[in-house]
Every structure is written in C-alpha cells, then in structure tokens.
Ligand binder design. Structure first.
Ligand code: ADP
Length: 543
C-alpha cells in the first residue's frame, strides 16, 4: 500500500476536470464550413461522448489506431479526446508530407479509419488504393458542405455523431496506455513514430502551464497556431482545458496574417504559439495593413530558431513579449523555454538581455538534459563548451513505434541530434543540428548563427547555410539567400555584412541568390535537399 492515492494520470482526467470546472469557457474555431464557430468546453465534451459512441458503432476497438488529417479546430479537438479517452490512439498526420510518406505512415501505424478535413480529401484520394487497412474515411464537415470525393466508404462527421447518445461510460485506463501517435517528418530515412501515453501527456501538460513556461491561466485566451497535426499542437489542446483557458483555433487559415489578426483582435487573444514562418506572415500583414494586436501580450516561437527580427518587431512595435521554446516530436515536444529571467541576472545590460532572450531557454522541470563531446564525456555548463544534446525524462521517447533500431544510447539517454552549449544559469543555446554542422579546418561552424546573421540584413527575406566539401578546409559554408521583393544586392555586399559580426573564418565562402528554398513538411529548411542540389558546387579557390 502506498501512503498516498495512486490515481492514474489520464487524458480522461483532464477532460472530466475541464468539463466540470471550466465548462463555460469558450472554444472558437475557423473551419471550412463556418468562418467563426463558437461553443463551450461543456458542449465540446458532450459531443466527444457522442463521437465515442459513434466510434463503437463503426466497430473501432480500444487499442486501435485512427488517423486525422486536419487543421486546428473544434472537431479535431473532439477527435483527440474521444479516441484517447476510449483507449484508442489518435494518429495525427501532417497533410504537407509527401504522398509517399503519408502512404508509409498510415500503413506503418495500421490506421483503421481516417478523419479528414473537407479541404484535404484530395490529399487522400490518389492514395486510398495503397491503404488496404483503412476501413473508411470520416469527413470533418456538416452535410451541406460535404465535398465531392472519390474516397470509398465516406461518412459525414456531423451526420455520424448526430444520432448518438451523449452519455458514455469511459473506460478506466492505466496511465501507460498509448494515447496518440506522431511521426517525425523524416529528414533522414523513413519517418519514425513516437507513441505518447496518457501519463506522458498529463505530466507534459502540467509542466507546460508553469509560470516560466507557457504560464497559462483561466484568464488567458490562447490561439495555438502550432498545428494539432504535429506533436499535439505543443500540448496546448490539453493544457488549455486543464486551466480553463479559452481556445481560439484558426483552422485552415493558420498561415493567413489577415485572419490571425482578426481573430486576435476580435477574440482578445492574450497568448499564441507557432513556428517562425507564421509570425513572419502575421508581422508582414500588420505592417502592410497598419494594424495592431493590443490584447496579445506574449507569443511563443519554437520549432526552429527565432530570428532576432521577429523578436524585435513584436517587442518594439507591438509590445508583445517573445518567448522561445525548444523541443521535438520525441519530447512531446517541450524541452526548454525562455520564460522568466532569474533575479541574479536583473542587472544585465539591454544588449546582454537581448542575447539571452534569443537563446532557446532553460530546461523545464521533468527534462533531464546534458551536452557531451564526441567521446560521450559530459561537458560543463560554462557558456562555451558546445556538444551533442542528450535528454531523458517522463515525456521523452523510450522506443520508436514499431522500430527495429535502437532509440536510446547505452546509458538510456535520447540523443536529440542538436548541438548546443549551456551557460551557468541553465540557458541553452542551440548552435546546430549534428548533421548540419559545418566542419571547417577541424572546427565547427554554426549554420544557424550564420543564417540568423544573414536574415538580419534589411534586404534579406530568407537564408540558408550549408557545408560544402572543400579540398583544404574539409567544408566551407555556402550561403543561399532569397531577397525581399524588389530588393537587389551584390554578392560582395552580402558577404561584407558578416565581417564585424562573426569570426573571419566563419564568413561564408560564397553566396548564391535564389528565388526559393526547399522546406520540410513542418516548414523548416530542408538542408538535406539543399546539400543535394549543391553537391556539384565548386569553390573558386579549388584547384
Ligand atoms: P521534424 O524534424 O520532424 O520536424 P521536430 O518538429 O520534432 O522534427 O523538430 C525538432 C527539431 O527542431 C529540434 O531537434 C531542433 O533541431 C529544431 N528546433 C526546435 N525548436 C528549436 C528552436 N527554438 N531553436 C532551434 N532549433 C529548434
């Protein structure tokens, strides 16, 4: 007998708490069939029970995996809860993956049914013959807006749940029951699945609401722009109901600055989270339309390094605090967060503060983290020693789903593939991905730092730096630049920009102006594709 109760940490407990304590809180969504749908948590969980009954009617069983191809909206939230709380697994699929990747992961996960947004049926139509295990498709729409589709065995979501009872006897689940599945976008090899559990989700949500992390409260109005199809929308779909924060979900409009601005102002959004590209879209719209976002007091930027320009524009022009987060699919995703600054650092200069805020932040409680050298020796947190980042903790992957290879190292740590250094206050600064780091003359050059430096040039819209083999230096950095509309620049001007900003030997060996750069399905630069495109590049000083 343990002296304290052993309640299972389940998503069902989040749902029951949210309905009882925060039932009146609103959820507002943009969907293909309704530009502004609104209801309450109480309404949502009533429909979740109807959906759980509908799943039984369809013959889905506890332990089954069902997929979603959907945007951030109230129906996707209902599916999250109905599946996980019924003991099924909610497999979220990124609709921007290549068709062959979607085909691979649906088959690998053995998805039985696929919930698909009305705007995304076209993604699945050409694939359905390759998905023999899928019994049918449920289109997220009301009857009036059902799209014409060649998909087989199609149900309309609203019709499916309409006739079901709104009572459901939720099963008593063990906390280690799998709840959701997300595949990494597979920048190398096939995508790998990370199976979250009820326990990892509850602990991650508890940690993420803390004051120096998302700092979520019942008074917050949160707009998750980070997609629910990737790493559970950073867990906001669980943490917001936990505290009773109002949710505002942009649906298919998450990349549309005008809609985001309207949602923020009309719904009085206080806090939002997303990858750097969505912030660029919003900032661009705000500047062009001469709009403000007065209710917004903070945004979290993660998934890729936060460009200084995003931080400065938000802070200086719109009074919005920018907080950077670092994490990954394998970490549920939270790892570090740049929230409150320790009082010990109160006296630092504005310049030092700016540098500090651009770091990836401090580990959240629950994430055990270390940096190691090439021989796996742990490095000190001295602000200088940079090495491979390893993590362990209750919301970190233990075993990739259905994977034959090794997930952890011999000591039970997960190697993140990131390279970083920590300072004595626990702030982590990512300098690169292990596979993207540039090895020049026996030293490492950070491609991320060079990219950040390049995008701070007023004429630069986007930049990428990759290491290209060099006969003398092993590799040299090659800079690829997209200029802003209407701008022109010579190579020499671009390269001179780095002179007083980075070490001389870090300055890119050459620069190419391009019209576009390849991105992965999660919106990150695809360095693998860039390296492939430039594999025949010759340096001028090569003999
Ligand atoms: P995928 O490669 O499948 O898109 P994730 O979305 O899980 O995988 O991406 C995780 C990776 O994204 C991290 O390992 C890191 O390299 C990068 N990343 C995430 N947040 C940040 C950040 N704030 N700064 C720099 N890199 C980041």
């Amino acid at each position: 007998m343990t002296p304290m109760m052993m309640s299972e940490l389940t998503i069902t407990s989040i749902m029951k708490h949210a309905e009882r304590v925060n039932g009146a809180t609103e959820i507002v969504s943009v969907t293909a069939d309704n530009p502004r749908h609104r209801y309450t948590y109480k309404d949502a969980f009533k429909r979740v029970r109807q959906l759980a009954n509908a799943l039984q009617t369809l013959g889905a069983q506890p332990g089954d995996t069902l997929a979603t191809l959907a945007w951030n909206d109230y129906r996707h939230l209902e599916i999250y809860y109905a599946l996980s709380c019924s003991g099924m697994i909610c497999h979220t699929i990124n609709p921007r993956l290549f068709p062959e990747q979607i085909d691979y992961i649906v088959n690998h996960a053995k998805d039985k049914w696929v919930f698909v947004d009305a705007t995304l049926v076209k993604v699945l139509e050409p694939l359905q013959d390759k998905l023999p295990a899928v019994k049918g498709y449920i289109v997220l729409s009301d009857e009036a807006h059902m799209p014409d589709t060649s998909l087989n065995n199609v149900h309309c979501y609203e019709q499916l749940i309409a006739t079901e009872k709104d009572e459901f006897d939720w099963p008593e689940l063990e906390e280690t029951t799998p709840s959701a599945l997300c595949y990494t976008s597979g920048t190398t090899g096939n995508p790998k699945g990370v199976m979250y559990t009820h326990r990892s989700t509850v602990l991650h949500s508890l940690a993420s609401i803390a004051p120096d992390v998302f700092s979520l409260s019942v008074r917050d109005i949160v707009m998750p722009i980070v997609p629910m199809f990737h790493v559970n929308g950073w867990g906001l779909v669980y943490s917001c109901p936990m505290v009773g924060a109002k949710l505002v979900m942009p649906g298919p409009k998450m990349g549309d600055g005008e809609t985001l601005c309207a949602l923020i102002n009309e719904e009085q959004v206080t806090c939002s989270a997303g990858v750097p590209t969505v912030w660029l879209a919003l900032l661009d719209y705000l500047a062009k339309a001469n709009k403000s976002v007065d209710s917004l007091n903070r945004v979290t930027v993660g998934g890729a390094a936060c460009p200084e320009m995003i931080m400065e524009q938000f802070q200086n022009q719109y009074g919005v605090d920018v907080q950077q987060a670092w994490g990954m699919t394998e970490m549920n995703p939270l790892g570090t967060f740049n929230g409150g600054i320790p009082p010990l650092l109160d006296g630092i200069s504005d310049e030092q503060r700016k540098k500090l805020r651009l770091k990836q932040g401090r580990p959240s409680f629950g994430v055990d983290i270390k940096v190691v050298d090439a021989d796996n020796n742990e490095l000190p947190w001295d602000g200088e020693s940079s090495g491979a980042v390893k993590v362990r903790g209750p919301w970190i992957v233990n075993d990739y789903y259905g994977y034959d290879g090794k997930t952890l190292d011999e000591d039970g740590w997960f190697e993140t593939g990131d390279v970083a250094c920590f300072d004595e206050y626990g702030y982590m600064q990512i300098t690169d991905r292990l596979k993207d780091v540039i090895k020049s003359g026996g030293e490492w050059i950070s491609s991320i730092e060079l990219e950040n430096c390049a995008v701070n040039h007023p004429k630069v819209a986007e930049a990428a730096v990759v290491g290209i083999p060099h006969p003398k230096w092993t590799e040299r950095p090659l800079l690829l630049v997209i200029l802003k509309d209407g701008e022109q620049m010579e190579k020499a001007e671009m390269l001179a920009w780095f002179e007083d900003k980075v070490a001389k030997w870090w300055i890119p060996g050459d620069c190419v102006f391009v019209d576009s750069l390849p991105h992965t399905a999660t919106g990150k630069l695809s360095k693998k594709d860039i390296r492939e495109d430039y594999k025949d590049f010759r340096w001028q000083d090569e003999s």
